[in-house]
Design a protein around this ligand. Structure first.
Ligand code: F6P
Length: 551
């Protein structure tokens, strides 16, 4: 194991102790009163960077709270850790790797050496190859075996090799090529691939096998089945026109039968959930074109520059992270709801689930000792306004405190009249309603005005009262464009780093996903071969036996 930087646990820092006392008072603050007593609140508690506005004024905190949280960030070493990440130090200590997703969007002129290699030079060499390839497909110069242009692109991958490309292709739908339809197959459940194969024509379909390791069971099984399907309709000589790979594993790609000429590489210092900027983004570049893909990278780079240079007090990812820690570690809130008020950000909550939960869902510190505080909350959500008609009831009147991140664009990417004003009105109304609530007196007055009898009013008031004081952030962008999407994703990536630093966890490994994979291998062999009941509990044995009996 590499040498590990020791630092005090969050709970032993002076700032944490002061924050605990501060919390004893702040927990009783009412957002309504905070707004009433300070007309400047929005201006004081909002930040701007890389085309994004973060309004964090509807949170149960004030300037003094933030000052203490910034002190906490300093005491926990957020700045040196951030700088270590940008410098390419091996901050992923359990795998002895840097975490250099920021190098993937660095301008060509940047020089950054890792183990004697200028990684930015390598990054741009691959980007240039991606540009040539994607332009050939988009222009129709690259054809399928019958000579027709490609019409359907199937990205086969899972986790980071799926969630990012799927999310970004949907988010940037307004920029997509009219001839190309993008498809994403991830699940080992054959229904996923089967449904797709029934729709596409082998002569005009391109399969992208996307896997950092090129060993992931789901992806390999889907890739093999897609290959078999293709070969039953064409010939092996035609495979190179229809199968390309994205991976760090050249040998694995060759063994699968894809010519390394048709492989786009990336590097072990790119974590799967941070890989959308690498060759894993090929499907995005195919959909939106390379000029737009470069704008996407540039938007993320603009957020990197901000994160790297802005004082903590104005640093958007730092602020977002600290507000999250305030609720997680002081108010004990266990989840955050992500509410994009933009249909094209439909897959953004799912993307953030992997980014945040796979990064910071940890129980031990970097040095292997148990964490003294809770780490990553559950991340979940859906687009507005749909969520309003499903689970917002619980957010308004349930017994848990669940902070919400609202995300919206000032301008829509469509021209349908009236819709966007209705959407934004709902977005802002929800955050206002969470903040204000509705008091019993206000409910009573409304019901009296309706002419209701006193006994009916008394019965209804508790049900119609909203406690309010429910916190939210609002992130506003001019429009959902390649650059703003890039900045938005980078904002959350850096939030993860800051929170991981405060909790003192390694945000770049994911050992927790291994156990299930190993057990699945054993059970898979038992489902098709001899059972080994001595390896399992009665529940698992019972389920295996039930399936085998019915097979
Ligand atoms: O099992 C989790 C994981 O390792 C993720 O971290 C990763 O994004 C995903 O699997 C896919 O991995 P690969 O790109 O190597 O197929």
């Amino acid at each position: 194991m590499p040498a590990i930087m020791h630092r005090p646990a969050l709970t032993t820092t002076a700032a944490y102790q002061t924050l605990k006392h501060h919390y004893d008072v702040a927990k009783n603050w009412q957002l309504r009163s905070l707004f009433a007593s300070n007309p400047q609140r929005f201006f004081e508690l909002s930040a701007e960077a890389a085309g994004l506005l973060l309004d964090y004024s509807k949170n149960r905190l004030d300037g003094a709270t933030m000052a203490l949280l910034f002190a906490l960030a300093r005491e926990c070493g957020v700045e040196p850790r951030r700088d270590a990440m940008f410098a390419g130090e091996k901050i992923n200590v359990t795998e002895q790797r840097p975490a250099l997703h920021t190098a993937l969007r660095a301008p060509r002129s940047t020089v950054l050496e890792v183990d004697g290699e200028d990684v930015v030079k390598d990054v741009h060499a691959v980007l240039d190859r991606m540009e040539i390839f994607t332009e050939r497909i988009r222009s129709g110069q690259w054809t399928g075996f019958s000579g027709k242009a490609i019409t359907d692109v199937v990205n086969i991958g899972i986790g980071g090799s799926y969630l990012g490309p799927k999310m970004a292709c949907q988010a940037l739908r307004a920029f997509s090529h009219p001839r190309l339809t993008m498809h994403f197959v991830s699940n080992v459940d054959g229904h996923d691939l089967d449904a797709l194969l029934q729709k596409v024509d082998p002569a005009t379909t391109l399969f992208i096998i996307a896997s950092k390791t090129f060993t992931t069971l789901e992806t390999m099984m889907n890739a093999q089945s897609a290959r078999k399907w293709f070969l039953s309709r064409s010939t092996a000589a035609n495979l190179p026109r229809h199968f390309v790979a994205i991976s760090t594993n050249t040998e694995g790609v060759k063994a699968f039968g894809i010519d390394p000429e048709n492989m786009f590489p990336f590097w072990d210092w790119v974590g799967g959930r941070y890989s959308i900027w690498s060759a894993i983004g090929v499907s995005v570049a195919l959909a939106i074109g390379f000029e737009h893909f470069r704008q996407f990278l540039a938007g993320a780079h603009a957020m990197d520059q901000h994160f790297r240079t802005a004082p903590l007090e104005q640093n958007m990812p730092v602020i977002l992270a600290l507000v999250g820690v305030w609720y997680r570690n002081f108010f004990n809130s266990t989840s955050i709801s992500i509410a994009p008020y933009h249909q094209d950000l439909l897959h953004f909550p799912g993307y953030l689930q992997q980014l945040e939960m796979e990064s910071n869902g940890k129980q031990v510190a970097i040095d292997g000792t148990p964490l003294p505080v809770a780490s990553c909350p559950v991340i979940w959500g859906d687009v507005g306004t749909n969520g309003q008609h499903a689970y917002f009831q619980l957010l308004h009147q349930g017994t848990d405190l669940i902070p919400v991140d609202f995300i919206a664009a000032v301008k829509p990417n469509h021209s349908l009249e009236g819709h966007h004003a209705a959407l934004l009105a709902n977005c802002f109304a929800q955050s206002e309603a969470f903040m204000r609530g509705k008091t019993a007196d206000e409910v009573r007055a409304d019901l009296q005005a309706e002419g209701m009898t006193q006994s009916d009013i008394d019965a209804l008031v508790p049900h119609k009262t909203f406690p309010g004081n429910r916190p939210s952030n609002t992130i506003l962008m001019k429009a959902l464009m390649p650059a703003t999407l890039g900045a938005l994703i980078a904002l959350y990536e850096h939030k993860v780093l800051v929170q991981g630093t405060l909790w003192n966890v390694n945000s770049f490994d994911q050992w927790g996903v291994e156990l299930g994979k190993v057990l699945a291998k054993t059970i898979q062999s038992e489902l098709t071969g001899a059972p080994h009941p001595e390896l399992h509990d009665s529940s698992t044995n019972g389920l295996i036996a039930r399936v085998k009996a019915a097979m």
